[in-house]
Design a protein around this ligand. Structure first.
Ligand code: ADP
Length: 220
């Protein structure tokens, strides 16, 4: 099956994380099968997801009955029950789910899921903690780090890039970052070009090596 056009996804575990994920996918037009062993949660999602099933996801027979191997994507959103998370992940991989995401609650848990062969491991609390550390200490309004030492930052434009076209500010040569978007107060973001003149008070989005964007966001 062509996985690129198959808009089906299974979300196993409808706790806070699984619920937010499933509901956002529904809003985006995906067909979501939710599975949880807690009857109360299954009832709660009956009308909001495409299909909701009350089941123990560690049970291989259950996974077979639900034909989960035919799903191009699945997310194991079981966190606090580490044993259930590991068993479910292992069973889904064994069944041949081609694109499996798994949530971990600790780095050790994440390591086990990776070793099992989970295609993507997410550590929501750790990742959010690291992100918030960037936001609480400085001027950054938003921060996203990609895995290969590359980051994207939203920040108030420092004085060294304002008052002249970006071409003249030499921001890339001096700070190792690229300004990709500019937002005047009360307006929408626009793409930055060499001709764009950033004004004091503008909010900008810059990309570059993580250390470079971190230093840049400390400038005033
Ligand atoms: P969150 O922190 O996002 O709320 P939790 O780890 O607390 O996540 O919630 C995980 C969900 O997974 C719970 O709703 C729980 O009922 C469900 N769950 C746990 N074990 C199983 C299992 N074996 N089969 C199906 N669902 C399970």
């Amino acid at each position: 099956a062509e996985t690129g056009h198959d808009q089906r996804i299974a979300v196993i575990g409808l706790g806070r994380f699984g619920t937010s994920l499933a509901e956002e996918l529904m809003r985006r037009g995906w067909e979501v099968l939710g599975i949880d062993s807690d009857e109360r949660l299954v009832q709660q999602h009956r009308d909001t997801l495409t299909q909701v099933v009350l089941a123990d996801a560690t049970d291989e027979e259950v996974l077979g009955q639900l034909a989960l191997h035919e799903f191009p994507r699945a997310v194991v959103a079981i966190g606090s029950h580490v044993e259930a998370s590991i068993l479910t992940t292992s069973n889904l991989l064994e069944a041949g789910v081609p694109n499996l995401w798994a949530k971990a609650i600790s780095r050790q848990h994440g390591k086990i899921l990776e070793r099992l062969g989970a295609h993507h491991v997410i550590l929501p609390e750790h990742e959010m903690g690291e992100r918030v550390a960037h936001l609480v200490t400085g001027r950054m309004l938003n921060f996203i780090e990609f895995d290969d030492d590359y980051a994207l930052v939203k920040t108030v434009a420092p004085e060294s890039v304002t008052g002249m076209p970006l071409r003249e500010s030499g921001v890339r040569a001096r700070h190792g970052v690229t300004v990709v978007g500019v937002k005047r107060p009360g307006e929408q973001f626009t793409h930055a070009t060499a001709e764009t003149e950033v004004r004091p008070g503008d909010v900008i989005v810059v990309t570059g090596r993580t250390s470079a964007v971190e230093s840049f966001a400390e400038l005033t």
